[in-house]
Design a protein around this ligand. Structure first.
Ligand code: BV8
Length: 245
């Protein structure tokens, strides 16, 4: 099935690069941009369960700063182009994002899976409740459900933890006709293996990124440049080809 068939389903994996032009740091930087988050922090110090057990104040401050930064940024035209695709495409469009920001939602996307969790949600380790959380978290935060103090953590997936909704994601990859990876370096697993999984089941695959990644050769087609330019162009072409068919 070609990508221009009306009923084809599209799965889009996004990473930090789609939010870069909105002003949120990527993790590994890029040849033209800054050094990235992991040049300021070691991921072992702020993004693992062991780090949180060792120094919860440092981990809370790392995520509090990133949560607060969401108030100062807006979705860019790459986010809004994907929302247009979801609205105007005859088949289904599902975004699987590694990002923990809320820019896809604010850009208008609805069919969205946050496989690595969300900055604006918290999780109580005492009672297991999870809920929206917009202000700072600390070791003194009290769970609104069980009233326990000191058991709250950010609802994000750290290294060594199982990403969310993996069964549903693999099913979507196996059923889709088009798989695109946008703004991700392909350094983090299991997301880095999604292109190979989708291609195994017959999907047409696209890499859209600032520059070729180490996974570039795994994709049928590639487009390089700033997401705010190449993503709206890619969406326009998909919708135009469908209209033409
Ligand atoms: C797990 C949340 C078991 C917190 C994050 C093999 C198989 C399975 C696991 C592993 C494996 N090998 C190693 C592992 C372990 C590990 C891992 O991958 N380690 C890495 C370091 C090697 N993985 C795990 O622990 C995962 N859990 O494996 O559980 C399991 C096994 C099998 C199946 C299921 C489960 C959990 C990983 C999740 C960690 N949490 N985030 C937080 O955000 O703080 S990961 C973190 O990295 C973010 O989510 C981020 O999104 C993600 C990936 O980074 P990218 O988004 O790609 O960002 P990056 O900066 O790297 O790249 C940005 C790209 O954008 C660049 O290419 C750049 O060129 C481009 N760009 C820049 N500007 C622009 C642009 N593009 C377009 N326009 C621009 N303007």
């Amino acid at each position: 099935m070609t990508s221009s068939d009306l009923s084809s389903s599209i799965v889009i994996l996004t990473g930090a690069g789609i939010s870069a032009e909105s002003g949120l740091d990527t993790f590994r930087g890029s040849s033209t941009g800054g050094g990235g988050v992991w040049s300021q922090y070691r991921l072992e110090d702020v993004a693992t369960p062991e780090a949180f057990a060792r120094d919860p104040d440092l981990v809370h401050s790392f995520y509090n700063a990133r949560r607060a930064a969401l108030l100062d940024v807006e979705p860019n035209s790459a986010h809004t182009a994907l929302a247009r695709l979801e609205r105007d495409w005859a088949g289904t469009v599902t975004i699987v994002t590694q990002n923990v920001d809320d820019l896809h939602e604010r850009g208008g996307s609805n069919a969205l899976i946050h496989m690595h969790g969300e900055l604006r949600r918290a999780w109580c380790r005492a009672c297991g409740e999870r809920y929206a959380w917009l202000e700072d978290l600390s070791i003194d935060s009290i769970c609104p459900a069980c009233k326990h103090a000191g058991s709250m953590r950010p609802d994000v997936v750290w290294f060594g933890e199982m990403p969310y909704q993996m069964d549903r994601i693999y099913q979507l990859l196996e059923d889709c006709d088009v798989f695109a990876a946008i703004g991700t370096s392909g350094n983090v697993y299991p997301a880095a293996q999604f292109v190979q999984h989708a291609a195994q089941y017959g999907a047409e695959t696209f890499e859209l990124n600032l520059e070729p990644t180490e996974l570039a050769r795994a994709f049928h087609s590639n487009a390089y440049g700033n997401a705010s330019e190449i993503v709206p162009n890619w969406v326009e072409r998909l919708l135009r080809d469908t209209d033409a068919s």
